[in-house]
Design a protein around this ligand. Structure first.
Ligand SMILES: [Zn+2]
Length: 499
C-alpha cells in the first residue's frame, strides 16, 4: 500500500524591481493574496492557471489523501521593494506553522525575484529559515517562476527546484504535480536528488523570453532533450528578472539529477554555453517613436504599440505617459491606452460623471521615469467598478478599484484606481470598446502576452522606444550596484563564465 504522507504547503510570490519608486507593504498582499490556515487550501483547489498559485500541490495531495499543514499563501502584483515588516510577517507565519510538525516534505511555490528592503536574497533567506526549522532530513521542494533570480543559497537549502516551462506562464499546476511525484520517490528511497546551478554573465530583458518561439524555445528544447536521460529529473532554464538588483540577476540553469553531480554539472555547463552562443537573439532594437507613429498613421488601420518600458507585470508603475503624450502631440485621430493607474483622475471622472469633462493632470504621478503628467481636457465616456479577469494569477477576478474611460481628442484612455495587470487581456473588449475603429492602441506590458489576447486584430505590433524601469534596453533601467560584474550587455568585453 502507498504510504500516506504528511506535507506542508505554502507560497510566497513577488517580483520586485529595485528601481521602482513604490514599496510593497502588507496592504498590497492583502489586495492580492494573503491567505492563512484553511484558506490556503480553499483558495487554491482546482486552480490551474496562474503564477504563484498552489492548485497543483493542493489537488495532488488531497487526491492522495495526504495530511496537509497549510503554511501561508502570499502574493502581490510586481512592484518596488517589499517592506521589511511585510516580509517578516509572511516569514513568521510560514515558520511558526512549521514548528513542531512531523513532516515527510515541504512543498513551496516561490517567485524567486523578491527583494526586501535591505535584503536582496529574499528566497535564500526564507529557505534557510525553512531548512533550520524542518532539519536536514525533510525534503524541501520548490517550484519557481522562471523569472526568478535563484541564488546558490536557495539551491543549497532546497532538495529540488522546478521552474515553469512556459512564458506566458501556463504550467505551474503541472510543475507542482511533478514536484509531488518527486517527493514520493524521494520518500520511498528510489531517488536521491542533487541540484546544480550555473549562469552565464548575461542580464536579459523580458521581451524575448516567450517559450513558443524564439531563443527561449531553443533553450527549452535543449533542456527537454537532456531530460530524456533517465538520471535527469529536471532541467530548468530561468530567464531571470532584470529589475532585481541582486548578484544573481539574470538567466540561470538549475539541473536536478538522481545523485549524479557530474552529469548535472555537464548539463548546466552545456546550457550556459549554448545560451552564450545565441544571446544576441534575446535583444531587439526598438522602433523610434516618431517613426512608429508615422507608420501607423500613414498605413491606417489598427496598430498595437507595446510599451515594454512601463510593464506592470515587470514592476512598472502603470502610470507612464511617454508614448501617450507623443500620440497626442502627433494628433493621431483615434486610439486607446490600456491602462493608466491614476486614482485621482478616477475620482475626478466620477465627480464629473459620464458625459462630463475632466481636467488637470493625468499619470506620471509616482515619478518622472515614465514620462511627464499629461494636461487633460477629456470627456468621461464610461465609469465602472467591474472587476477584470486575472491575467495570470487565476482564481478570483482582479480588483483594480474603480475604472474610468476618458476620451482625449479621440484617444480612449482606460484609467484605473489600483494598478492593473492587463497583459493577456483585451481590456477594451471587456469594457465594451471596439478597437477595430481605432488607429493606435498603447498596451503596457509584454508584446508576446498581448499577441495572445489581441491575435491578428491589429495590423501589426510595434515596440516603440519609450522610457522606464522595465526598459528592454537593460542598460537604461537604472544604476545596478549589486549584480555580478562584468555582465553583458551592461559591460563591454565580457567573457563567458559559469557563475
Ligand atoms: Zn514570470
Amino acid at each position: 500500500m502507498e504510504k500516506k504522507l504528511r506535507v506542508a504547503i505554502g507560497s510566497f510570490w513577488h517580483e520586485t524591481s529595485s528601481f521602482s519608486s513604490e514599496y510593497t507593504s502588507l496592504e498590497e498582499f492583502k489586495t492580492w493574496v494573503l491567505d492563512e490556515k484553511e484558506q490556503v487550501l480553499e483558495g487554491s483547489r482546482g486552480v490551474r492557471t496562474c503564477s504563484g498559485n498552489i492548485g497543483g500541490y493542493v489537488d495532488y495531495v488531497e487526491e492522495k489523501g495526504w495530511d496537509v499543514v497549510p503554511l501561508i499563501a502570499a502574493g502581490a502584483i510586481p512592484s518596488g521593494p517589499i517592506r521589511k515588516e511585510a516580509y517578516e510577517y509572511i516569514k513568521n507565519v510560514m515558520i511558526n506553522n512549521l514548528k513542531g510538525q512531523e513532516l515527510d516534505g515541504v512543498l513551496l511555490h516561490l517567485h524567486g525575484a523578491a527583494v526586501v528592503e535591505g535584503l536582496d536574497d529574499c528566497e535564500g533567506d526564507l529557505l534557510t529559515a525553512v531548512r533550520e526549522e524542518v532539519g536536514e532530513e525533510t525534503p524541501v521542494l520548490v517550484v519557481f517562476d522562471p523569472h526568478g533570480n535563484i541564488s546558490d543559497l536557495s539551491v543549497e537549502k532546497a532538495d529540488a527546484i522546478f521552474a515553469y516551462n512556459t512564458q506566458p506562464h501556463e504550467d505551474s499546476y503541472e510543475r507542482e504535480q511533478e514536484a509531488c511525484q518527486l517527493l514520493e520517490q524521494i520518500v520511498s528511497g528510489r531517488v536521491k536528488t542533487t541540484c546544480v546551478r550555473m549562469q552565464p554573465p548575461i542580464l536579459l530583458p523580458a521581451l524575448r523570453t516567450e517559450t513558443e518561439s524564439g531563443p527561449m524555445k531553443k533553450l527549452m528544447d535543449r533542456a527537454y532533450k537532456w531530460e530524456e536521460n533517465e538520471n535527469v529529473i529536471n532541467v530548468s532554464p530561468f530567464a531571470g528578472f532584470y529589475g532585481s538588483d541582486k548578484k544573481e540577476a539574470g538567466p540561470s540553469f538549475i539541473v536536478v539529477t538522481n545523485n549524479d553531480t557530474e552529469l548535472a554539472e555537464k548539463i548546466a555547463r552545456d546550457m550556459v554555453e549554448f545560451m552564450w552562443e545565441i544571446k544576441e537573439e534575446f535583444f531587439i532594437e526598438p522602433t523610434p517613436l516618431e517613426e512608429a507613429i508615422e507608420k501607423a498613421m500613414s498605413e491606417g488601420g489598427l496598430w498595437a504599440f507595446i510599451d515594454e518600458c512601463d510593464d506592470p507585470c515587470g514592476a512598472g508603475p502603470g502610470d507612464g505617459t511617454y508614448i501617450l503624450q507623443a500620440v497626442l502631440d502627433a494628433k493621431v485621430p483615434s486610439g486607446g491606452v490600456s491602462a493608466i493607474h491614476d486614482p485621482k483622475v478616477v475620482e475626478r471622472a466620477y465627480q464629473a460623471g459620464v458625459g462630463g469633462v475632466v481636467t488637470g493632470k493625468l499619470g506620471a504621478w509616482r515619478d518622472n521615469l515614465h514620462g511627464e503628467p499629461v494636461d487633460l481636457n477629456a470627456k468621461v465616456v464610461k465609469l465602472t467598478d467591474e472587476k477584470l479577469p486575472y491575467a495570470y494569477y487565476g482564481g478570483d477576478p482582479q480588483d483594480v478599484g474603480r475604472i474610468a474611460v476618458i476620451d482625449q481628442n479621440g484617444i480612449l484612455i482606460v484609467v484605473t484606481e489600483l494598478k492593473a495587470d492587463t497583459e493577456n487581456l483585451n481590456v477594451f473588449e471587456i469594457l465594451g470598446i471596439d478597437v477595430r475603429d481605432l488607429n493606435i492602441i498603447i498596451l503596457k506590458g509584454l508584446g508576446h502576452a498581448y499577441k495572445k489576447a489581441f491575435k491578428d486584430l491589429p495590423k501589426g505590433y510595434i515596440t516603440p522606444e519609450s522610457i522606464g524601469i522595465t526598459n528592454p534596453d537593460v542598460r537604461k533601467i537604472g544604476e545596478f550596484k549589486n549584480i555580478r560584474r562584468p555582465v553583458y550587455p551592461l559591460d563591454k568585453n565580457v567573457a563567458l563564465r559559469y557563475k
